[in-house]
Design a protein around this ligand. Sequence first.
Ligand code: ADP
Ligand code: MG
Length: 250
Amino acid sequence: MLLTIDQLTKSFGGLTAVQNVSASIERGTITAVIGPNGAGKSTFFNLISGFHLPSSGNVIYKGEDISRLKADKIARLGVGRTFQTTHLFEQATVLDNVLIGHRLRTKAGLFDAIFRTKREKLEQKKCLQKAEEVLEFVGASSIAYAPISAITQEQQKRVAFALALATDPELVLLDEPAAGVNPDETEGLAELMKKMVNHGKTVCLIEHKMPMVMSLADHIIVLNHGQKIAEGKPNDIKNDENVINAYLGG
Ligand code: ADP
Ligand code: MG
């Protein structure tokens, strides 16, 4: 298993957003995390990626316990992510967003940036190459010099993917990657996720669009009120009584 989650719990004051969730993610697969609003899906991603400290439980990535490591360290170990609401600088270009995002995520070269050493120049060149490479991969090369404010929602989603890929992750966590885009564009983003897997990535996405989840996911984890209520293949999940009740009953 690439990632194993053991009895993970996160409480915010009196509210338990994620409760005793155990699950695992197999290399080279697409896993979908689904569940009603407020089920704890984004919190689950925040726990894996180090944006929240678990109240209890563990996250094991490639055999290493990463549950209490900082987000930038986890990014460097190979876990990339996007956010439910895109964190992009509206006035900056697509390319600059990837460059800035890469730096913020890894905290690489902060001192170098101040001292402007030769090494820094080399690093900058490497970062630029990487940014161009990931923009090409997500199909956003032609908009590299456009400001974020001038591109579509779907293009912004692609840029967010590029940001996640810039640190060369093996595991990519995508929080609602197709929210707010039309069906044709959704299909394009699904193709892009398959392409990631074909290039050696393991994908885990949170998604509400059921047709997409059903056709894309190898494995589905269902959360409701912070608890895992079901998991399995799309066909098993479709007919699961607990899942149907969770969606109908709220
Ligand atoms: P989902 O992504 O499934 O819609 P979330 O993980 O965002 O759900 O939220 C799960 C629950 O945890 C919600 O009740 C939400 O209000 C709460 N929650 C999430 N983040 C925080 C936080 N930083 N502080 C307090 N409560 C939070
Ligand atoms: Mg969410």
